[in-house]
Ligand binder design. Structure first.
Ligand code: PEP
Length: 248
């Protein structure tokens, strides 16, 4: 990693995968690993939040309710997530934006709910290939980010992580080139800088989209890439460990 200022983060998003045996195998396999220079986070389905615990990694959820409690069948509140020992919540993942029609406004409310509970949101933003090819890439990302900044205020970004995840690279095997990732990460940091320079300098901006053991080092070597949000490769311990080591 190039930046001396920012502590790298590698977060694994298990999505709707994994079982108790996998959770226990990761807990055991991480025991005694020395990854002192990064924050490692594993985000399993809700049902496994209680089954993952470690001195080496933290645990996160993959979404949350914007409400504290009440008649919201099927929802899980930030308080409940925290009670399971989790410290992070992935929000705004493109799969939820698509499958559950989550809007920028709803995501902003969920970010607020997390922060209120003392959980750290991992806010995902990213464009489709169509948006990229239309020339609207930066306007699109600016809108995704600005809605959240306006809702929770820039100061809240002291306790947040951002993940840039181009939709065309998620689960497709197509990775953004290190230069493409760097270009967008620098844009995001410059955008934050307009509101608060120190926060922009300190926030971890992760890249996500088909990161593997074989491409992690080059991606993480970019000036503004502070680690990764890892989908498929986070389900295989050795592969995930290689990615963590590339950031460490
Ligand atoms: C993700 O879903 O957050 C992701 C980056 O997936 P993958 O690594 O499988 O592309």
């Amino acid at each position: 990693m190039q930046s001396q200022k920012r502590r790298p983060v590698v977060a694994g998003n298990w999505k709707m995968n994994g079982d108790l045996a996998l959770a226990e195998s990761f807990t055991t396999a991480f025991e005694g690993q020395t990854l002192d220079n990064i924050d490692v986070i594993l985000c399993p389905p809700f049902t496994l939040l209680n089954s993952l615990s470690s001195d080496v990694f933290s645990v996160g959820a993959q979404t949350c309710s914007e409400y504290d409690n009440g008649a919201h069948t099927g929802e899980v509140s930030c308080g409940m997530i925290k009670a399971c020992g989790a410290q992070y919540v992935i929000l705004g993942h493109s799969e939820r934006r698509t499958d559950q029609a989550e809007s920028n406004q709803l995501i902003a409310k969920k970010v607020e709910a997390c922060l209120k509970e003392g959980l750290t949101p991992i806010l995902c933003i990213g464009e489709s290939l169509e948006v990229r090819e239309s020339g609207e890439l930066f306007n699109f990302l600016e809108e995704q980010l600005t809605v959240v900044i306006e809702h929770v205020g820039i100061e809240s970004f002291r306790n947040m992580v951002i993940a840039y995840e181009p939709i065309w690279a998620i689960g497709t095997g197509l990775t953004a080139s290190p230069e493409q990732a760097q270009e967008v990460h620098a844009f995001i940091r410059a955008l934050l800088k307009k509101s608060n320079e120190a926060i922009a300098e300190n926030i971890a901006i992760l890249y996500g989209g088909s990161v593997k053991g074989s491409n992690a080092k080059e991606l993480f070597g970019q000036e503004d890439v502070d680690g990764g949000l890892i989908g498929g490769a986070s389900l295989k311990f050795e592969e995930f460990l290689t990615i963590c080591q590339a950031a460490n």
